[in-house]
Design a protein around this ligand. Structure first.
Ligand code: B12
Ligand code: SF4
Ligand code: SF4
Length: 377
């Protein structure tokens, strides 16, 4: 293919991408360079926590050729999910559950994947016999460094990709292909001397500029971590029950973010009261969070987080519903409810906890009872 034809086809692909709802498009070379090496360092330091899939796919993440043999170009896309203004005042509404903006809507994988398929179909028609692979989030590739190379933005000190004039409230997705295109100009870093994201982080998870220890990040603790939330982070979690937006809220570049008109991303969830949420049954959970990313952590993950948030609410009216929740069939929920009761009440609560859990066998719950006994005695 000659370069004029090549450029024309790229321009057509870009307009098609826009017509599908993508609002950023660029082409990355399929080499990760320093980002691949840094991944190794990051894993060696154990910053991945329990996300074993990252380590499993380490070699593929470092080398896209292991994902698609003969890959020549990676087409990268941005999808804006900014739907509501949010400032840090949300932390003062301690009875209301905070959910990250990206999770208030339909699960983005379900919106973006069909679009990528359409993009892929068009591509296959244009370049007969070519090979392609599409990904949004879950693929064994380093989406942020690739998007940076594709000129879509730079990786900020908070480790998200952000763009001048657009901010960072967007998702990334890709098409890998064996068709060669001219690669885009990589985006430059415009963080400068700013360090607002580092200063605001409630758990000091951004341990150095551009380096995140996932094990400390509230997004990891409330979504990825399957088991018990370490006690040292529970207070800092505040009322956040699914993900965390703080490092993006304070980023000055997000003052340029423009709300998306995407119907799938219009805010559907109402403001949830924590006391109501801790009482939901399995059936209500399934109905309430059908099609939402929140379904991923299941009722037990959500109510674990809600229990922590209630413990941080300072609202003693939550005590009776928490006492009732000690009967929950999920040990993970009972364990965090014990902690929450310890935060909201005094030593007078200990006999009730012991009585309710007199037949308790689960170690994670017994550990919490021991912890609360020490704290309150
Ligand atoms: C694992 C993961 C997480 C983990 C780890 C986050 C992270 N920083 O990578 C956890 C669970 C914490 C997480 C949280 C969130 N995530 Co996430 N996550 C991913 C996932 C699946 C893989 C990312 C990955 O490979 N991380 C591994 C490490 C190695 O990457 P890294 O932190 O970028 O590490 C680099 C730096 O450490 C750097 N480095 C190391 N040392 C040094 C030193 C210097 C000097 C420099 C310059 C660099 C440097 O090099 C490393 C390699 O590039 C991607 C999807 C994908 N397939 O890429 C989505 C993704 C990154 N997540 C996304 C989102 C939206 C989020 C949240 C905002 C959700 C929320 N609101 O709660 C938060 C943001 C938290 C944050 N501050 O980053 C989006 C980000 C979109 C964007 N605009 O950038 C992605 C791209 C998903 C998507 N398809 O849209 N996520
Ligand atoms: S998402 Fe929250 S906890 Fe994670 S790095 Fe950003 S501010 Fe810190
Ligand atoms: S808050 Fe400041 S340092 Fe952090 S990503 Fe934004 S511009 Fe960069």
């Amino acid at each position: 293919m000659n370069s004029v034809e090549n450029k024309k086809k790229l321009a057509d692909l870009k307009s098609f991408a826009e017509s599908l709802g993508f609002d950023g498009f660029g082409v990355a070379r399929p080499q990760l360079g320093a980002a691949g090496e840094k991944l190794g360092e990051w894993l060696d330091a154990g910053y991945d926590g329990e996300m074993a899939y990252i380590r499993r796919g380490e070699e593929k993440r470092k080398n896209p050729d292991l994902v698609l043999e003969g890959v020549q170009s990676i087409l990268c896309f941005r999808t804006n999910y900014y739907t509501m203004e949010k400032d840090m005042s949300y932390v003062e509404h301690r009875d209301i559950a905070d959910i990250s903006i990206y999770a208030l809507n339909k699960d983005y994988h379900d919106t973006i994947t069909p679009r990528l398929r359409k993009m892929e179909e068009k591509f296959q028609k244009e370049f007969q016999g070519c090979r392609t692979r599409i990904y949004v989030d879950t693929g064994p590739i380093l989406e942020k460094p690739l998007a940076q190379q594709a000129g879509l933005g730079w990786i900020g000190k908070h480790t998200n990709l952000l763009t001048q004039g657009a901010g960072s409230w967007y998702f990334l997705s890709e098409i890998l292909t064996d068709v060669a295109f001219p690669h885009s100009q990589p985006a430059d870093d415009h963080c400068g001397t700013c360090k607002s994201c580092i200063d605001i982080c409630p758990t000091t998870a951004i341990i150095a500029p551009y380096v995140l220890d996932s094990k400390r990040c509230i997004s990891y603790l409330t979504i990825e971590l399957k088991g018990v939330i370490p006690v040292e982070f529970r207070k800092a979690i505040g009322n956040r029950i699914y993900g965390c937006d703080d490092c993006q809220i304070v980023c000055p570049w997000n003052s340029y973010a423009v709300k998306t008109a995407e119907p799938d991303f219009q805010r559907k969830q109402d403001a949830f009261n924590l006391i109501d949420l801790i009482q939901i049954s399995g059936e209500t959970f399934s109905k309430m969070f059908k099609g939402s990313p929140i379904k991923r952590i299941k009722r037990r993950g959500l109510l674990r987080n809600v229990a922590v948030a209630l413990g941080n609410s300072g609202n003693r009216q939550a005590i009776p519903v928490l006492v009732k929740a000690l009967d929950d069939e999920e040990p993970l929920i009972r364990a965090h409810v014990v902690w929450a009761l310890g935060e909201l009440s005094g030593p007078e609560m200990l006999p009730t906890i012991r009585q309710k859990l007199r037949d308790e066998k689960e170690e994670i719950v017994l550990n919490e009872v021991e912890g609360v006994t020490v704290r309150l005695s």
